[in-house]
Design a protein around this ligand. Structure first.
Ligand code: ZN
Length: 308
């Protein structure tokens, strides 16, 4: 798993740095180290028109125990058409659960083995309940989960990390961006996004917002955990804030040539009344991990870089 993530993130970061525009596609998804789906894929828009993010991926929150948010909420009036973002198959659809899963044939070989799912949730109706679909095909209509939520479309990518054909919760937005209207390298999509490692400096951007508007992520709210590859204990360093960017310079912390692993935690400290559920990690993995990576058996994702 660690090898996988190291390679994956190296690829993701490489692609991120190289992308300037991708024409009409909406999302650029990097699939690294999958059996058949390696490379970059521009998934289509799940909606037909302008997308507004009403809740970010990885956004710390307290909604039905899903903290942080395991997907992206797009503003969509009740009954808005929802489209397949790629060729694939509807693997399950449940009107009573207001949700459906599509399995995408990322490499286009017609074989259902690319381990990439998308979940659409809070749907008002399902148009295609099973079988093959093509990119851009109408598959469902958005809803409110029978009035439980304001109408919107929740979608999130998942990946089956095993071989059981069941999607594990693994959703991240950093590798997929909307370029057409400039979602700014994921900053508008992901609570913590756009990680880089340049000049020995680990950097992430942290953005939060809710219905009241944008919140400030304060100085001290972002901690970067880092360690030498092959060791287990994380060292926590409070990141330096510069606007929305938070950085830790590793120069002097490790000898040149040291391969390090790092991950970032951001608090949403300006949110009041949300008890013990106010942080997110980047890169994220599965459900919310523990607050202290040194005090948990949960596996963490991390970036891998070499100190120069
Ligand atoms: Zn959602």
């Amino acid at each position: 798993m660690k090898k996988f993530w190291s390679s994956f993130m190296a690829l993701a970061l490489t692609v991120v740095a190289g992308i300037t525009s991708v024409g009409a596609a909406d999302y650029s998804v990097v699939f690294g180290n999958t059996s058949t789906g390696a490379g970059t894929t521009q998934l289509g828009n799940p909606l037909a028109s302008v997308l507004i993010v009403t809740s970010k991926f990885n956004q710390p929150r307290n909604v039905n125990g899903t903290n942080p948010h395991n997907g992206t909420d797009l503003g969509a009036a009740y009954g808005t058409n929802v489209y397949a973002q790629w060729n694939g198959w509807v693997t399950s659809a449940s009107p009573s659960a207001y949700e459906m899963f599509l399995y995408y044939d990322i490499n286009g070989d017609g074989i259902k083995n690319d381990n990439v799912f998308v979940k659409y949730d809070h749907l008002s109706s399902i148009v295609v309940s099973s079988g093959a679909v093509t990119k851009g095909q109408l598959v469902a209509r958005s809803g409110s989960e029978n009035g439980v939520y304001p109408a919107h479309l929740h979608f999130g990518l998942r990946r089956d990390t095993g071989t059981d054909g069941v999607s594990d919760v693994w959703i991240r937005n950093e590798p997929y961006y909307r370029h057409v209207t400039g979602w700014d390298n994921g900053k508008d999509l992901d609570f913590i996004s756009y990680s880089t490692f340049n000049s020995n400096t680990a950097s992430v951007y942290a953005y939060a917002h809710d219905s009241a508007g944008e919140e400030s992520i304060n100085s001290g709210d972002v901690v970067i955990f880092h360690r030498k590859q092959g060791t287990s204990a994380w060292t926590a360093t409070t990141a330096t804030k510069n606007g929305h960017q938070f950085t830790v310079n590793m120069t002097g912390r490790y000898p040149a040539g040291t391969i390090i692993e790092w991950t970032a935690r951001a608090n949403r400290s300006s949110v009041k009344g949300v008890i013990s559920m106010y942080w997110g990690f980047h890169p994220p993995k599965y459900y919310q991990p523990d607050y202290d990576p040194n005090a948990t058996a949960y596996k963490y994702d991390f970036f891998t870089n070499t100190v120069q």
